[in-house]
Write a protein that binds this ligand. Structure first.
Ligand code: ACO
Length: 322
């Protein structure tokens, strides 16, 4: 059994916040942000526009792309660190909005690695036979947890959502050559204070703001990312030459370039959206996937390598035959 991709979709809030607008609020510049991160703009959710609203639009787009009815979905795994509420899970808001009353829906929290963790989780449930069709969603409104006076972090993030539909397919033949081939997940809580939110229901009773030691994150990122990708190559018997598209978590162009270079992945195989989306945490990979599928780059049968690293630290890779 393989978890085969049936479709994908994404949604970005209308409002675009440019570097120039940010430079009018905090002591920064377009040059600094572009040079250090590659980010030129990001989308920001409107007042009253919640993570679930972005997720529902991305999920509906993915269902339309797959050409299937919402009623055939029996599992929703939604990766987010910015849920609508502490509980219930944002996934059940999506489930209700889609009119689904069967199966299971839950959130998963692995910060920027959330989508890779969610794909791995759904894949295991599908291959294990517990569910048949899954919506895997990454959705975030990081604008709500940013300290807009901290120039070291507020310039980096944006809001958005993306989703894929996975289906358990059995048997021999061309269909099962496609699908999720391997997933590798890692975490190391010794790094938990390098990137965190200084609030929460149990500690402060407040929502809190994102805090980050940017240099420390940068220092660990490339090694962790390349390590878990090498694990994917070894487990699947593939090499960098076999990869058609590298779709990394979009945190920072310098981290992506350095990782691709170290792995000998050609720059023209790298899907980049960080310039337009900023870092949308768990949403960045499905947003980038949907961008590259809809503009015709990623085609059925392509070998697609996903990778992410984020708070925790958490990191992971997924190799998918699209
Ligand atoms: N505009 C202008 N100057 C700034 C800004 C800004 N927005 N932010 C920081 N600076 C200043 C600092 O105050 C510092 O000034 P000083 O030398 O006078 O003290 C100077 O720029 C250098 O600061 P550093 O933090 O050392 O800059 P660095 O080159 O490391 O770049 C950055 C900062 C972009 C955050 C970088 O460390 C980075 O990309 N880290 C990775 C973090 C990341 O991507 N996190 C995303 C979440 S985790 C994930 O998704 C993988």
């Amino acid at each position: 059994t393989r978890s085969v991709v049936l479709g994908c979709g994404s949604y970005l809030p209308e409002r675009i916040l440019t570097n120039a607008e940010l430079a009018a609020k905090v002591d920064t510049s377009d040059e600094w942000i572009v040079q250090r991160t590659g980010i030129k703009q990001r989308h920001i959710a409107a007042e009253g526009e919640f993570t679930s609203h972005l997720a529902i639009k991305a999920a509906q787009a993915a269902l339309d792309d797959a050409g299937i009815d919402a009623q055939s979905i029996d599992l929703i795994v939604l990766a987010t660190s910015t849920p609508d509420n502490t509980f219930p899970a944002t996934a059940v808001a999506v489930q209700a909005a889609l009119g689904i009353h069967h199966g299971a829906a839950f959130d998963l929290q692995a910060v920027c690695s959330g989508f890779v963790f969610a794909v791995a989780t759904a894949d295991n449930f599908l291959r294990g036979g517990s569910f048949k069709r899954a919506l895997v969603i990454g959705a975030e409104t990081f604008s709500r947890i940013l300290d807009w006076n901290d120039r070291g972090t507020c310039v980096l993030f944006g809001d958005g959502a993306g989703a894929v539909v996975l289906e358990a397919q059995q048997g021999w033949g061309t269909s099962v050559d496609r699908g999720v081939l391997t997933t590798h997940l890692r975490s190391d809580g010794r790094h938990k204070s390098k990137l965190y939110v200084d609030g929460g229901p149990s500690s402060t009773g407040t929502v809190g703001h994102l805090r980050m030691e940017g240099r420390e994150v940068f220092k660990h990122a490339v090694g962790m990312i390349t390590g878990v990708i090498i694990d994917a190559f070894e487990a699947s018997g593939t090499t960098p030459k076999d990869i058609d598209w590298f779709v990394p978590h979009q945190a920072n162009k310098r981290i992506i370039d350095a990782s691709a270079h170290k792995l000998h992945l050609a720059p023209e195989k790298v899907v980049l959206t960080v310039d337009r989306h900023g870092n949308t945490s768990a949403a960045s990979i499905p947003l980038a996937l949907d961008t590259a599928v809809k503009d015709g780059r990623i085609k059925k049968g392509n070998l697609v390598l996903l990778e992410a690293m984020g708070g925790g630290f958490t990191w992971g890779s997924a190799l998918v035959r699209w």
